[in-house]
Ligand binder design. Structure first.
Ligand SMILES: CC(C)(COP(=O)(O)OP(=O)(O)OC[C@H]1O[C@@H](n2cnc3c(N)ncnc32)[C@H](O)[C@@H]1OP(=O)(O)O)[C@@H](O)C(=O)NCCC(=O)NCCS
Length: 183
């Protein structure tokens, strides 16, 4: 069955787009993931559930949460990697997978920004969503996160409704805009 929540997402990976791929996280990504997650903008804007990541915690979560989520088809925490070197560039997540819809979140390590990798990764996720049988992707971003807004609108996401005050990943109250893209 290829409706959200029921497909083994590992069987649909990797997905590639120009110079970037999305693939399962491996233990060899753990140090780069932990390091990237400490970046100020990632802490401020990305929806990371843990307050502080270490390589050991990332490895433990790959085994206890991330791999089971991929197999069950209800959570996809993935690596964004360089297509030729396989080097970890950042991470993208598909969560709240239900009713043929899912929400997307993404971040890049500071050194991997400014070269279109986020746009390519979002296009990879759109292709993955199609393979999963999803019909719509959602995203929420803080209004003044211009780079994220541009990444979403460049990838054909459109604002849905009005921005509303909500709790940003930083814990602060902020204007959050909801975006959607049909698949
Ligand atoms: C969001 C993120 C993944 C974008 O990746 P990136 O490689 O930095 O993005 P780019 O440099 O390709 O920029 C994307 C767009 O934003 C624009 N942009 C970047 N900085 C900008 C600024 N200060 N003002 C206006 N536009 C800006 C770029 O010009 C580009 O738009 P264009 O292609 O139409 O020219 C990255 O910045 C990041 O990891 N940020 C921290 C985590 C985060 O915010 N995640 C999203 C949570 S919803």
């Amino acid at each position: 069955m290829t409706l959200g929540g029921w497909v083994n997402i590992r069987t649909l990976l990797p997905v590639t787009q120009a110079g970037v791929k999305i693939r399962p996280l491996t233990h060899s990504d753990a140090a780069a993931y932990a390091n990237g997650s400490h970046d100020t903008d990632v802490r401020r804007f990305a929806h990371l559930p843990e307050p502080h990541y270490t390589p050991a915690l990332v490895s433990e979560q790959i085994d206890s949460i991330i791999t089971p989520g991929l197999i069950a088809g209800n959570l996809a925490v993935l690596a964004i990697a360089d297509n030729s070197s396989d080097q970890f560039l950042g991470s993208v997540v598909l969560f709240d997978i239900a009713d043929n819809r899912a929400e997307i979140g993404f971040w890049l390590a500071a050194a991997a920004r400014g070269r279109g990798a986020a746009h390519q990764a979002v296009e990879c996720v759109a292709e993955l969503g199609t393979r999963m049988g999803l019909r719509e992707l959602h995203a929420r971003t803080v209004n003044d996160n211009t780079t994220s807004v541009r990444t979403l609108t460049n990838a054909d996401f459109a604002p849905h409704g009005n921005a509303e005050i909500g709790t940003a990943p930083s814990g602060e109250q902020a204007l959050l805009q909801h975006y959607t893209r049909s698949l």
